[in-house]
Design a protein around this ligand. Structure first.
Ligand code: HGY
Ligand code: MN
Ligand code: MN
Length: 421
């Protein structure tokens, strides 16, 4: 197999060009899913892929597939990709690196006139972040058969806009039924979003799996009252209940140290007026751990914490679990392809379990899947200061290309031996 090398400058140029779509004054990106900014970056991606001669298709969850033909059109494609939506104060690399490095791999193959055995695809997954429409990874969840499409389409953002309506509004509800798109394998390049690779001076993370994650929504209801005329003992202060709950959530993670994490990341206080005792609070809880049994224990402790924070204050509470993604173990052959690609590329590497979730977690249910990490500065992500260097991005893209080509050759060997996909 010829030694193909990605073009680091072209990749970096595309990263910086797309970072301008939704750029924030602090150097990050705010490009929420299914907004006009999302449409703009989707249009950019489609144009780039079509300029390479790729066929771009879109499914009914807005997932985009840019397909480059291989020798065998009957073989399901080997896909690479990630997401182009961001957090409200997102960085330039979370998601974008995975899609643009995959595009760079196609550009490298195209420039070399290299014909693969299987078709090769770049995928842009809709609503990976879950920042606008909760939970996260909704489209890859439908793709994997975890969510019903009608349930996904009905998810509303906090202003009451439905996912399906927003998808329609930007013109990206495609004809293909989400999930009716077999894949031979899927590889996702992503920044680590944590501190391990940088701390150990490793250039590549060989991602063997993803920790489990559960999201909960809770509405605490007390009573609006006058802050001046209402004695303390007569109050039903929903924000005080929320404050106690936030402390308890922190305690749940500390009790299961060092691997557990737990966060109240979003909260709405109503009526949010300086001289009204808050009668209602909406908040979200994010629990994560690599071990399912510990996650179960943490969930039980959360249930107890919610009632113990609310009952003494006379608060009513309605809570629901809205995301439950078990821990994931990636496909050994795909992980081996990543391990081999890092070695072939002469890069230092270590195995790692992902702290963040990714579309690859759901895709792994329907196709052999693995991920590749590169370090990010100070391990910071979901932050406008998020940064990986041109060299780090290029190293990740090179391993992505190499892993896909290795896997493509293994696939060809399997088909030649009559062992099919
Ligand atoms: O929540 C996550 O782990 C991902 O960033 N959506
Ligand atoms: Mn991401
Ligand atoms: Mn993210």
């Amino acid at each position: 197999m010829r030694n193909l090398t990605i073009d680091a400058e072209r990749l970096w140029g595309n990263l910086m060009e797309t970072a301008a779509i939704g750029a924030t004054p602090k150097g990050g990106i705010c490009r929420l899913t299914l907004t006009d900014l999302d449409r703009m970056v989707r249009d950019w991606f489609r144009a780039q892929a079509e300029a390479l001669g790729c066929t771009v298709t879109v499914d009914d969850m807005g997932v985009m597939f840019a397909s480059r033909p291989g020798q065998r059109a009957d073989v399901p494609p080997i896909a690479m990709g990630s997401h182009l939506d961001t957090q409200p104060t997102g960085g330039k690399f979370d998601g974008a690196l995975g899609v643009l490095a995959a595009l760079e791999a196609l550009q490298t193959l195209h420039a070399a006139g290299y014909e693969t055995f299987a078709p090769i695809e770049v995928v842009n997954w809709t609503n990976e972040e879950g920042a606008r429409f909760a939970p996260a990874c909704v489209a890859s969840g439908v793709f994997a058969g975890v969510y019903e499409r009608d349930w996904a389409a009905a998810r509303q953002d906090r202003s009451g806009t439905a996912f399906g309506a927003a998808l329609e509004a930007i013109g990206y509800r495609g004809a293909e039924r989400c999930g009716a798109h077999p894949l031979s394998a899927f590889f996702e390049l992503h920044i680590e979003q944590g501190p391990l690779l940088e701390a150990e001076g490793r250039e590549i993370g060989i991602v063997t799996g993803v920790q489990g994650v559960r999201w909960f929504e809770a509405t605490l209801t007390g009573q609006d009252a006058h802050t001046g005329a209402t004695p303390m003992h007569l109050r039903k202060n929903a924000l005080l209940g929320a404050a106690h709950l936030i402390e308890r959530v922190e305690g749940i993670a500390r009790a299961h140290a060092p691997l557990a994490v737990a966060t109240v990341g979003s909260m709405e206080v109503r009526p949010n007026s300086p001289n009204v005792v808050p009668g209602e609070v909406f908040l979200t809880v994010d629990l994560r751990h690599p071990d399912m049994a510990v996650l179960d224990t943490m969930e039980g402790e959360l249930t107890a914490a919610i009632s113990e924070a609310c009952a003494p204050l006379g608060l009513a509470v309605a809570s629901a679990k809205i995301w439950d993604q078990p821990p994931v173990h990636f496909d050994e052959a795909c992980v081996a392809a990543v391990r081999q690609a890092a070695a072939t590329s002469g890069l230092s590497a270590r195995e790692i379990v992902s702290g963040a979730s990714h579309d690859a977690a759901y895709v792994s249910r329907v196709a052999p899947t693995a991920m590749i990490f590169v370090p990010c500065r100070d391990g910071i992500s979901h932050n406008e200061a998020e940064y990986s260097s041109k060299e780090q991005c290029a190293a990740g893209a090179q391993v992505l290309l190499q892993a896909v080509l290795d896997y493509d050759r293994q696939l060809a060997d399997r088909y030649a031996a009559g062992k099919g996909g």
